[in-house]
Design a protein around this ligand. Structure first.
Ligand code: 5GP
Ligand code: ZN
Length: 137
């Protein structure tokens, strides 16, 4: 349910302060302490799960719905031009806090964020080979 060594579990219990902006039966959302842009929030399930691959499916659905709610508010109330939802699963994917969370990052036309990869044509054979491994069956 709760991990006493987890910073987000400690936010849930109130032992670590946070600026909560939304909550429901399964989730809470609070402001990121080091925001990427104005209004950057994090949505987490109340029940501790380290990452995307371990989170309960109903909690995952509830986090997605809460993230959509906050994305809409970012546009309506903060004047965001767009929103990124981001989840990092695993240290190799930049995850630093191992309590599943979705970043809701309001985007503004003139903000400094840039794609972390350079889009470019892929090798069709390599794309097909990866697809074969990923595809069902
Ligand atoms: P990750 O790197 O795991 O995707 O995201 C973790 C996020 O949690 C980071 O954006 C970081 O700024 C935020 N964070 C880490 N510790 C705290 C904290 O104590 N309070 C709040 N509000 N955010 C935190
Ligand atoms: Zn936790």
């Amino acid at each position: 349910m709760s991990d006493p060594n987890c910073i987000f579990c400690n936010i849930l219990t109130g032992d670590v302060p946070a600026t909560v902006v939304d909550e429901d039966d399964r989730t809470i959302a609070f402001m990121d302490i080091a925001p990427a842009t104005r209004g950057h929030a994090l949505v987490i399930p109340r029940v501790h799960a380290p990452d995307l691959l371990s989170v309960d499916s109903e909690d995952l659905a509830a986090v997605a719905i809460a993230s959509k709610r906050l994305a809409a508010r970012a546009k309506e109330r903060l004047g965001a031009d767009g929103v990124n939802l981001l989840n990092s699963c695993g240290a190799a994917a930049w995850q630093t806090v191992f309590h599943f969370h979705v970043h809701v990052i309001p985007r503004y036309r003139d903000d400094p964020l840039r794609l972390p990869w350079v889009p470019g044509a892929g090798d069709p054979d390599e794309i097909a080979a990866a697809a074969q491994e990923l595809a069902r069956g």
